[in-house]
Unconditional design. Structure first.
Lengths: 171, 676, 121
């Protein structure tokens, strides 16, 4: 896409209030996160374990000089663990709290799937039907063509609420 | 052209806070009655700068408030007003008020208008009181500029007779500039009078002999014309006469009210900056210069096809130089963050003065080692713990004058704050010549709390150390800090959070010394790398006493799982790091690995690891930036190969050990006596 | 050659503001934090205008003006004092020491530039 095209695209997005989502696969289901929050996507590499933390916290990595924690999404959602393979990737996300950038975190997913434009009005509040994922983490459901994408609330999922309560988990 | 002046606000706040600190300490230095002129001048300057800056940067509330303070100081400076105890007290309070105002403005919070108004009133009352001189000194002798009160005439213009004195140009004022400026006001007719120009041999080239009759045809107020001449009105003869137009309409000409809209936009996150001495920057530039030379030296080897003895030596030399320069550069970069501890000490004269009055005690404060430098971040965070400790000494350490007299001590007690460097640490001592800790009371309290059992053998040091235990604050035992509801445990916790420690040595009747030990910087750590299974951990070198191979005969297992190691005459708990951090080790057999003997806050531990790796300086990275605090770890670092190694926090590791490993009945205090 | 201005004030924020404003208008600016520093810098270079605060540590603005005027290089150089209303008598003191004029604090960048342009022509 050229710069001009990108600008037009930007305008369109503002007009129709569409959002771009990066989607990824996790145990056969497609999940989406706001693409503006994606800092980078990298292959799985070894991590340094952090003692006395829940299993879904795989450890920390060195991302150009800063220490970034890596969360396994399958384990976070209490899904069957899967051996990491060639498609396994780490999506590095910018986490916000009260609209301010607070931290960078990486999440391990089965594979990256696609980038979708989704009009804002097509993201529907998630009905309380039996998703495999804790509905607290779900912002809504988006229909993309024939598919349904689960839009995640990464700020809720990755903020201290979730990750600082580990002290109790540990006891 | 419009310039956003809010960009300078942060600097203004910082320098104002510094200015307030100076004002405070100098006010405390003031001798009532015979005040030193230079001290008053220093205080005045600080107030003056705050006023000037706040006006310029649109903080009118601060400017208005400071104006009164400044006037007061100006009168004192000029000897028109005596420095009384009352005025010093009021001014000290106004320093507090100003600090609060600036803090609130900086954080975009609401101002406490009531407090400001009442303090403002105190200042104005003071100003209008007991002075030997009538009211304020701001007697602006120049023509009144108050345009509101002046009738604004419509006029046909002005005839101006302008005769500069010969020396006018010596103040840098050029008549041509003035005439040009008048031209901007309207149509100007210029008549030059050169009668006074002397003959060439008498002419002084630096003098002005000319004069002008200027006719300005413009409907401008006389103010505008006077303004043009305002800089030179005492350097020339000036007559301004109005050209009257008979049917001149004189209507209301209200000037638009000055825009007082807030120029400030909501400042987002607080950005802190640091002031660095130019010498430090110069050093850095020199270092970088050296580095560049080394780099070019190494670069010459870039094209060498094959290394021989000669080129190899040059390479080695180059690398050695590179290492040295890098280290020097690192040290110098660290120095940038260093500030003298006087910044943290300077609040104590005030604190001690106020509290002494409050408690009715006579206390002298001695400060030494104020120039000892430490990291800015450490300094900011050590302030509160220091205040707690000083308050504690003041409140509980130093006795009332009559009690001191009875004990044969001088009635005036002494609190000493001393800072110095030792090893890679800064040591801060808070020493008082008070009553000392009451070990009996502490022990009794500890027994009530179940911290110590009947029959336990514990040393005096250990008893004294109990005051740092959580929940150990009662008013009659030393650790409660003057009704703040904050105990010594918080002090210790805050100091530990800085990778530091605090200990107390006390002699009944003689006094106590609290010793705070802090790393000079939070950025770098001398570490021992150790390996447990696949993981590498860093143990701070400062806490390591020695490392040794295990001799099985010195291992004693105490009541089941807790093991101790007999080192010389001591029994030291063995802490298997793989158990604490829950990792798979190479070996669980003690004799196959290594013991690292560490000490922290009087507690020795033998940490069992698979292998000792190298010792090196590591750059400390916070885990909290993107994650959170982890028990037993003080941070992480990045090793030469790019992987992350975790830095062990010895105190935290010990706490984990107590939680995880030690059976509850042994939880108390590990001591030779217990094990025997 | 660019017009060179020496800006003297012990307040960093004030200096920053003045420098930023003047540089933005195309002037070359050097800064000094007190009169002594200013004098040293002035001796080592040539300035078309000096802008100085009055109340400063080490050497105040009035003394600076006197010292500058005693140097042949600065006999006629415009020197403006940054004064405040409350220090009205300092104006005359500054004038008698040889200052060209003054700018009254608080001032905004636009006012500063107008005055400077006026003096420099």
């Amino acid at each position: 896409m050229t710069d001009a095209e990108m600008q037009i695209d930007e305008l369109k997005r503002e007009d129709a209030e569409t959002r771009e989502f990066l989607t990824f696969m996790l145990a056969g289901e497609e999940y989406g996160v706001d693409i503006l929050r994606v800092q980078e996507i990298k292959g799985w590499d070894s991590v340094t374990n952090i003692p006395n933390t829940p299993d879904y916290i795989r450890g920390v990595i060195n991302l150009r000089g800063t220490i970034v924690p890596i969360i396994d999404m399958r384990l976070r959602f209490k899904l069957e663990p899967l051996e990491y393979g060639p498609t396994t990737v780490v999506i590095v996300l910018k986490v916000e709290k009260n609209s301010e950038f607070v931290r960078t975190m990486g999440v391990v997913v089965d594979a990256v799937s696609d980038v979708h434009d989704v009009p804002a009005n097509q993201v529907k509040a998630s009905p309380d039907f039996g998703t495999t994922v804790d509905t607290d983490f779900v912002k809504g459901l988006a229909t993309v063509g024939e598919k349904m994408v689960i839009v995640l609330d990464i700020d809720y999922m990755l903020n201290s609420q979730e990750l600082a309560s580990l002290d109790e988990v540990m006891e | 052209m419009s310039i956003d002046i809010s960009q300078f606000l942060q600097t203004f706040f910082e320098e104002s806070f510094e200015g307030l600190d100076i004002m405070e300490s100098e006010l405390l230095n003031l001798n009532v009655g015979s005040a030193d002129k230079e001290t008053i001048n220093t205080i005045f300057r600080a107030a003056h700068s705050i006023k000037g800056g706040s006006g310029t940067f649109g903080l009118s509330s601060v400017a208005d408030y400071t104006h009164v303070l400044e006037t007061l100081l100006d009168e004192m400076r000029d000897g028109k007003r005596d420095v009384t105890q009352q005025s010093v007290d009021v001014m000290l309070q106004s320093v507090d008020v100003l600090r609060e105002m600036l803090n609130a403005l900086q954080d975009n919070l609401d101002l406490d208008h009531d407090r400001i108004a009442s303090s403002h009133k105190q200042l104005t009352d003071l100003l209008s009181s007991d002075t030997s001189l009538p009211a304020a000194s701001s007697t602006d002798s120049n023509a009144p500029k108050d345009s509101d009160t002046q009738e604004e005439n419509s006029s046909g213009g002005w005839i101006i007779n302008f005769s500069p004195y010969p020396d006018m140009m010596k103040t840098g004022n050029d008549p041509v500039r003035i005439i040009r400026e008048l031209e901007e006001l309207g149509n100007l007719t210029i008549e030059l009078n050169d009668e006074k120009v002397p003959s060439l041999d008498e002419l002084e080239p630096e003098s002005c002999y000319l004069s002008w009759k200027l006719t300005l045809h413009a409907d401008v107020p006389i103010d505008a014309v006077q303004d043009v001449f305002s800089w030179v009105d005492d350097e020339c003869e000036l007559q301004i006469n109005e050209i009257i137009i008979s049917d001149g309409y004189s209507g209301p000409d209200r000037r638009a009210p000055e825009s007082t809209g807030k120029a400030r936009k909501a400042a987002s996150k607080e950005q802190t900056s640091i002031r660095v001495g130019i010498d430090k920057v110069d050093d850095l530039i020199n270092m970088v210069g050296e580095l560049v030379i080394t780099q070019s030296m190494l670069h010459q080897l870039h094209d060498v096809e094959e290394f021989n003895q000669n080129t190899l030596e040059r390479l080695q030399d180059g690398l050695a130089q590179l290492e040295q320069h890098t280290r020097e550069l690192q040290e110098n970069v660290m120095r940038i963050r260093m500030m003298p501890i006087s910044f943290a000490f300077q609040r104590f004269p005030r604190l001690v003065r106020d509290l002494s009055n409050q408690f009715g005690k006579n206390i002298e404060l001695k400060l030494t080692g104020e120039q000892t430098e430490l990291d800015k971040t450490v300094m900011e965070k050590i302030g509160d713990p220091l205040v707690h400790l000083v308050r504690n000494s003041l409140d509980h350490g130093i006795e009332m004058p009559e009690i001191r007299a009875e004990a044969g001590k001088p009635e005036t007690g002494t609190i000493e704050l001393n800072a110095f460097h030792r090893g890679g640490n800064i040591i801060i001592e808070i020493k008082d010549d008070g009553a000392g800790l009451n070990t009996q009371k502490i022990l009794q309290k500890a027994k009530e709390n179940g911290l110590v059992k009947e029959g336990d053998t514990i040393t005096t040091e250990q008893v004294n150390d109990l005051i740092f235990q959580p929940g150990f604050s009662t008013a009659d035992v030393v650790s409660d800090v003057s009704g703040r509801g904050v105990g010594m445990d918080v002090v210790r916790r805050n100091i530990r959070a800085l990778n530091g420690s605090v200990e107390v040595v006390s002699t009944p009747g003689v006094g106590s010394v609290f010793t705070i030990r802090l790393p000079i910087t939070l950025a770098i750590l001398d570490g021992q790398l150790v390996r447990v299974g696949k993981e590498t951990y860093v143990i701070p070198l400062i806490s390591i006493i020695e490392s040794l191979q295990v001799k099985n005969e010195f291992v004693n297992a105490v009541t089941g799982s807790a093991e101790v190691y007999k080192l010389r005459d001591e029994y030291i708990p063995i802490l298997r790091l793989y158990e604490i951090f829950d990792v798979e080790p190479d070996t669980k057999n003690l004799s196959a690995g290594m013991l690292v003997i560490v000490e922290s806050e009087g507690q020795k531990l033998a940490i069992f690891v698979d292998e000792l790796l190298s010792q090196q300086q590591v750059v400390i990275k916070s885990l909290e930036t993107n994650f959170r605090k982890i028990d037993g770890l003080s941070g992480a670092t990045i090793l030469g190969d790019g992987t992350v190694a975790l830095i062990a926090d010895i105190v935290g590791v010990y706490e984990l050990y107590q939680k995880k490993i030690v059976p509850s009945e042994l939880k108390v205090i590990h001591d030779g006596g217990v094990a025997a | 050659m660019a017009t060179r201005i020496l800006a003297v004030d012990d307040s960093t924020s004030m200096r920053q503001m003045v420098t930023f404003t003047l540089k933005g208008a195309g002037y070359e600016v050097e800064e000094a934090a007190d009169g002594q520093q200013a004098l040293d810098i002035a001796k080592g270079g040539k300035f078309d205008l000096v802008l100085s605060d009055v109340n400063m540590p080490v050497m105040d603005g009035i003394t600076l003006v006197k010292e500058l005027r005693s140097l042949s290089n600065y006999k006629f150089t415009p020197i403006l004092m940054l004064t405040t209303e409350s220090t009205g008598d300092k104006k005359t003191e500054g004038k008698s020491a040889g200052a060209t004029g003054w700018i009254v604090k608080p001032f905004n960048p636009e006012q500063l530039l107008t005055t400077i342009k006026k003096v420099l022509g």
